[in-house]
Structures are given as C-alpha cells and as structure tokens.
Write a protein that binds this ligand. Structure first.
Ligand code: PQQ
Length: 229
C-alpha cells in the first residue's frame, strides 16, 4: 500500500472499504429484494444474535486497552446501548424481540443452538482482534458502521414491504441503529484520525477495517451456506 499521511487521503482510504461491505453480499442483496424464505430470515436473525451479544464484550476490550479517559467516557455508552441499564432494555433485548417477530422463541436464540461454526469463528475473531491489537486498530475495525445506515434504511423498507409476515414492532432494533450508528462511527472516525498520524498507523487502521469487512462477509457466507434453498 502507498504511504498515507494526509487526513483526507486516510479518510478516503477508510471510506473506500465500503466497496467490501456486506451490503454487497448476495445474501443481503436477496434479503433486500424480498427474496429470502422465512427459514432463511430466521437463520440470519438467530445467527446474527451471536454478533449482537458479542459486541459489548468487544467494546469492553477496547475500554480495557484504552488509556484515554475522554475516549472511554464516550465509548462506554456503546455497552449500555446493547446491554441496557436494566433487564428488558437495550439492543440485545431488542434483537430478541426481532427474533420473536420472525417466529423464533427467545430461548432457542438465547441458547445459541442455531449458531453455525463459521459465524462463531468470525465473531470470535472480531472479539479476539479487539483484545489483542492496539486499541486504535480495534476502534478502526468498528468503522464498518460508517457504511451501515444506508443498509439499515434499505433493510427496514425491505422488511416492511416484502416480508409482511414479520411483526413491525420487532423492527425497533434497526430504527434505533439509524441514529446510533452515525453517532458511533463519527466518534470512531474522530478518534482514529486524531490518533493514527503516521503512515504505518494509518495503514494498520485501514487493514483493521478490511479485516472487519472480512468478518461480516464470512458470517454471511456461513449463513448463506447453512440455509441454502
Ligand atoms: O446489521 C448490520 O448490517 C450491522 C452492521 C454492523 C457493522 O457494520 O459492523 C453493526 C451492526 N449492524 C450493529 O447492529 C451493531 O450494533 C454494530 C456494532 C458494531 C461494531 O463494530 O462495534 N458494528 C455493528
């Protein structure tokens, strides 16, 4: 890779990773065109639960490795967004309600019985990345969320229009992410541009984001294969 030192070219290199984002995966393309069966939607929801429940552990690893009080003060919010501040609240709970809306029981999702090995490997690799790499690389790996809001809006419209059997109340998770994802990714971009100044640090940040695109893509490969027609 060529040396990157200006903030503009660095941000451009990060944004260019959108070409590898999982909105382009054939499974997501079929989802957004209303072409998935109930079984496939259920398989996706049950498997993605493993990602959702792992995200706070990934963010806790970033907090544990981050020496900057100002960054931790804002980052900690992500954990509360997912876990809630009491039972019955938060993003993981909202995902379980999505599971119920697509016809799964909360028990069968919560006990991970549907999680396929490829999804488990990919998600575990993401958590392990955050534990073992520098905290700035881990922050950079979260930047896929820069690309998420468009996908979230498309997905909401697709679920409302093409899958009328899904109870709309169950879509609250995606509605919340429409404002949470831009807030979180703007903060992460601020942190990364402030802390990754050398060409080496910037290359590592882009590589971290590329790795994360691979995580998300691999999850869909595994789901696509497990629930093929
Ligand atoms: O449904 C999606 O397409 C999607 C993608 C991503 C992402 O791009 O990493 C996240 C989420 N959803 C999400 O719901 C979420 O909470 C989340 C946290 C993170 C992260 O890396 O910290 N990514 C994502």
């Amino acid at each position: 890779m060529t040396a990157l030192t200006g903030t503009d070219s660095f941000v451009a290199a990060l944004r260019a990773q959108s070409q590898r984002y999982h909105d382009l995966h054939p499974f997501h393309v079929r989802m957004n065109h209303g072409r998935l069966s109930r079984r496939q939607i259920r398989g996706w929801v049950a498997n993605r639960f493993y990602y959702q429940e792992s995200i706070p552990r990934k963010d806790a690893a970033i907090l544990a490795n981050c020496p900057e009080r100002a960054v931790r003060r804002r980052w900690v919010r992500r954990i509360l967004d997912h876990d809630g501040t009491e039972a019955g609240e938060g993003g993981i709970e909202a995902w379980l309600r999505l599971a119920e809306a697509v016809g799964l029981s909360r028990e069968e999702v919560d006990d991970e019985r549907h999680v396929v090995s490829g999804v488990r490997f990919a998600v575990d690799a993401y958590v392990s990345f955050a534990r073992t790499r520098t905290w700035t690389e881990a922050v950079a790996s979260s930047l896929t969320e820069l690309f998420a809001p468009d996908l979230m809006a498309t997905r909401l419209a697709a679920f409302e229009n093409s899958y009328p059997w899904i109870d709309r109340e169950g879509l609250a998770y995606f509605r919340a992410r429409l404002h949470q994802a831009p807030r979180d990714s703007e903060h992460a971009l601020e942190v990364v541009t402030e802390h990754c100044r050398s060409a080496d640090e910037q290359e590592r940040a882009v590589a971290a984001l590329s790795f994360k695109c691979d995580v998300l893509w691999s999850m869909l490969d595994a789901i696509d294969r497990a629930y093929a027609d």
